[in-house]
Design a protein around this ligand. Structure first.
Ligand SMILES: [Mn+2]
Length: 444
């Protein structure tokens, strides 16, 4: 795997020397934006010209359009592994730095394909797209950019219970280069920018059942301890902080632990996990360019705009979780699903499926399928738990096969995946998916 990344580094070096113009295409989630950031920061430091585009999904028409663009090197990050066959016929060099499931196509000599799955490494937990991207530039002496790989990992829910696999190697790079520090603390968000009841309600990871995503629950929790919920965490007295810490630990011990911080960053971006939430909020609100420019060093107004987006986005998630709490999911024998045509709920469907599982609003013994109607199609987001994956569930495969059956498209990771299906096949699709999950569980 590191050898393969080294091949990519050599290709990059060649193009740096040739003064090539490079095209970067990346995904619009926190991991994808971090992927683009690590590569773009590295190239900018080498004074190379590049052009970055962040897109929600790589599709065949985009792949075939790009081949005609006059760039010397194309880099696809946090996406691309599904299109090796097409890249093989590009007349230019291509680097794929991905971690999604692969189809086994061998790459031709113009393509360097970095993907943990090729090497038997689990791309859903041990390496993110930003991690693959970081490995491609690491050999250019870019260890001081390693934290972007970890921000991407957090974005894809990989660092929340500690980093494993290749992510650990990257963590060591970040610590050794001095860009990152680890210290113990309460892992609640926006300690110095939001009133404490919101800090707690906006803390989704680690999950605080009864508090995460629940303003009322959070206020009641604080009132029971006689803490004034309207002030900021940083304004609490030391003994109040201790009281709060003990009460939170009794709900979820993971709430106290290692915090990963980049001391040279502005306060708002200092915590890696919060940094990933900000990029996520930018991507989800179609402001991926804003996220990328922040990651490339822009501050001031860009940060204010991102903070506003983040607040709106968090309020949408809270609204979504309140809806889940009120309505619950529709149960089939082996899956459960959420369906909405509401604009706000549709935008956060995948997120509330994940958080709904982790804060125990949803039954964790069945995968959750979030369905959002988009005109004639339905966007499908599937989420499950590590326990279900260990019992045989592979949502990436199930969503790919079931959506293909109705002329749709899908795929992703075993634990989290997505698809797009025609609206009219909704019920048949759900029944087929249910059968597939049932089959996966009975045949493991
Ligand atoms: Mn990713």
């Amino acid at each position: 795997m590191l050898n393969r990344a080294g091949e990519a580094t050599n290709v990059l070096k060649e193009h740096v020397e040739k003064d090539s113009v490079i095209r970067i295409i990346s995904h619009n989630d926190a991991d994808g934006i971090s992927s683009a950031a690590v590569i773009a920061n590295a190239l900018a430091e080498e004074n190379v010209q590049f052009h970055t585009t962040i897109i929600p999904r790589l599709k065949e028409d985009i792949v075939n359009q790009l081949r005609h663009e006059s760039y010397d090197l194309f880099i696809f990050s946090d996406m691309g592994s599904a299109f090796v066959k097409e890249f093989n016929t590009y007349k230019k060099d291509v680097i794929i730095a991905d971690h999604h499931q692969i189809d086994g196509t061998e790459s031709e000599s113009n393509v360097v394909h970095i993907n943990p799955h090729i090497f038997g490494i689990d791309g859903s937990k041990d390496l993110s797209g930003a991690g693959s991207s970081y490995l491609a530039v690491r050999g250019l002496g870019k260890e001081h950019l390693a934290h972007f790989a970890l921000i991407g990992a957090f974005g894809d829910m990989q660092g929340q219970s500690g980093f494993t696999g290749v992510n650990r190697l990257i963590l060591n790079d970040a610590l050794e280069s001095g860009v990152l520090e680890i210290h113990e603390g309460l892992k609640i968000v926006s300690k110095s920018s939001e009133p404490i009841f919101k800090s707690l309600a906006y803390t989704f990871s680690p999950p605080l059942p009864g508090i995460s995503g629940d303003f009322e629950g959070s206020q009641e929790f604080l009132e029971r301890m006689n803490l004034s919920y309207g002030i900021k965490f940083t304004d609490l007295e030391d003994e109040e902080k201790d009281l709060l810490k003990d009460a939170l630990i009794s709900i979820n011990p993971d709430i106290f632990g290692d915090c990963y911080t980049v001391p040279r960053e502005v306060p708002m971006l200092r915590d890696l996990e919060e940094y990933s939430y900000i990029l996520d909020a930018c991507g989800k609100n179609k402001k991926q360019g804003l996220g990328l420019s922040i990651a490339l060093g822009e501050k001031g107004q860009a940060l204010d705009a991102a903070l506003k987006l983040q607040r709106e986005y968090r309020d949408q998630i809270v609204k979504g979780l309140e809806w889940v709490k009120r309505e619950g999911a529709v149960q089939l024998s082996d899956i459960q699903y959420l369906y909405s045509e509401d604009k706000v709920l549709k935008a956060v469907m995948g997120t509330i499926a994940s958080i709904g599982l982790s804060v125990e609003l949803l039954d964790s013994s069945k995968p959750v399928i979030g369905l959002s109607r988009l005109h004639k199609d339905i966007k499908v987001s599937g989420r499950t738990t590590r326990e279900m994956v260990d019992r045989g569930v592979n949502l990436g495969k199930a969503l790919q096969d079931s959506s293909n059956n109705f002329g749709g498209q899908g795929g992703g990771h075993d634990i989290a995946a997505g698809a797009m299906i025609p609206y009219e096949s909704k019920d048949n699709f759900l029944n087929l998916l249910n059968e597939m999950v049932e089959y996966q569980l009975s045949n493991d």
